[in-house]
Design a binder for this molecule. Structure first.
Ligand SMILES: [Zn+2]
Length: 306
């Protein structure tokens, strides 16, 4: 249901992506495959004009249940560098396995970062057969994890294309500085708040909550296509009332129907908190950094942070 709505809206974006994604290897650039937007953004920032980055998840599509076209599976095999995170997108895990890629030119964020277990209560009860493991994949919403990814991408590009090592290192230093500044804005902006609980559309914000001392209450589990049971909904509604929560957070790529219902029932409002799993038509001009700053502004307003 959500998907068909979104698909109508992003048809032009998909056409654009198809046009840009062609023949990455024929332009003399180092080819990088990234499994979804936030990682593709890091690869673009670090690689600059010397790399050609292809994002496996088209703009406007929800990445958890990504399905790959045969052409994309072939691209995973052929790319100079692949950047993904195990246990986030099963189709990508499978393509990497099938390609038999060595660890050397394949960056698995799951191996680079300290991954948190799934938040209690956010386990997917109805998993549609998708295996997310016992880990929460949404690492990128902690900017310090993005710094570690930046450094891993830089090291890999330097190894694959040593002729441009100085450029990759300089780009990475610049990105680390911008991510460090973002982390400081979030730390200071969320330091003093009237409330520290956030009710989110799906369980994407555990890493952000963990880093900045917030408590996440997700409406759906790890995968946004799963729906809560009536008793879970009742618990969330009760909590919203008892804690005086002002805002139920929704997402660009997920239907707001359940969040709207909880908001109506409790007198709360809704606002968009972006898990930055992909850009949509509305956020096509944004970047990871601008979206995180918007998230910060939204959180401050909702939770009464000074
Ligand atoms: Zn997610």
């Amino acid at each position: 249901m959500k998907k068909s709505l979104v698909l109508l809206a992003i048809a032009p974006l998909v056409a654009l992506l198809a046009a840009c994604g062609a023949s990455a290897k024929d332009d003399g650039k180092t080819s990088v495959i990234a499994s979804f937007y936030s990682f593709a953004w890091v690869a673009e920032q670090v690689g600059g004009s010397f790399v050609s980055v292809q994002n496996l998840t088209s703009p406007g599509t929800e990445p958890h249940d990504l399905e790959l076209k045969p052409k994309q599976v072939a691209a995973v095999q052929d790319a100079d560098v692949v950047l993904y995170e195990k246990h986030f997108q099963a189709a990508v895990d499978e393509a990497v396995d099938q390609a038999g890629r060595s660890g050397e030119d394949t960056i698995d964020a799951d191996a680079v970062l300290d991954v948190l277990p799934v938040q209690e209560g956010a386990e997917d009860e109805d998993s549609h057969g998708h295996d997310h493991g016992e880990e929460d994949p949404h690492t990128w919403l902690d900017p310090t994890n993005m710094i570690a990814i930046t450094e891993a991408v830089s090291a890999r590009l330097v190894a694959v294309d040593p002729a441009h090592a100085a450029d990759y290192r300089a780009n990475a230093d610049d990105l680390v500085a911008r991510l460090t500044a973002l982390d400081e804005r979030l730390s200071s902006g969320l330091k003093t708040c009237e409330r520290r609980t956030i009710v989110t559309s799906h369980a994407a914000f555990q890493y952000l909550a963990h880093r900045y001392d917030l408590t996440q209450v997700p409406i759906a589990g790890l995968d946004p296509t799963n729906e809560p049971s009536p008793s879970q909904l009742g618990d969330i509604t009760k909590l919203v009332r008892s804690e005086g929560i002002t805002t139920i957070f929704t997402e660009e790529l997920v239907s707001p129907a359940i969040a709207d219902t909880i908001a109506q029932e409790t007198g709360a409002t809704t606002a968009t908190l972006d898990p930055i799993e992909g850009l949509s038509e509305d956020t096509g001009d944004e970047s990871y950094l601008t979206l995180m700053d918007k998230n910060l502004a939204t959180l401050k307003k909702a939770n009464g942070c000074s």
